[in-house]
Design a protein around this ligand. Structure first.
Ligand SMILES: [Zn+2]
Length: 76
């Protein structure tokens, strides 16, 4: 065990204003058409539909494709 803390508390510091963060912010604030789902994490609109089960009992979920590529499962 080390004494180094694993988590640090920050006091409301905004995300660093990098170019990438500016783009993310712009995409998040872009108007959202109701018919077009958007990922709440990356702002992407591309999704894949996953299915558990078969027929009428199947559960479908829309998972962000961009996040899925990064190994994260974000439901849209
Ligand atoms: Zn995403």
């Amino acid at each position: 065990m080390t004494d180094r803390p694993r988590f640090h508390i920050i006091h409301g510091t905004p995300a660093p204003q990098t170019e990438a963060e500016k783009v993310r912010e712009r995409v998040r604030k872009a108007p959202k058409p109701r018919t077009m789902p958007q990922c709440h994490r990356c702002g992407g609109r591309e999704y894949v539909e996953t299915k558990i089960g078969i027929g009428k009992t199947a559960t479908k979920q829309r998972v962000c494709f961009l996040c899925a590529m990064k190994g994260e499962r974000v439901i849209m």
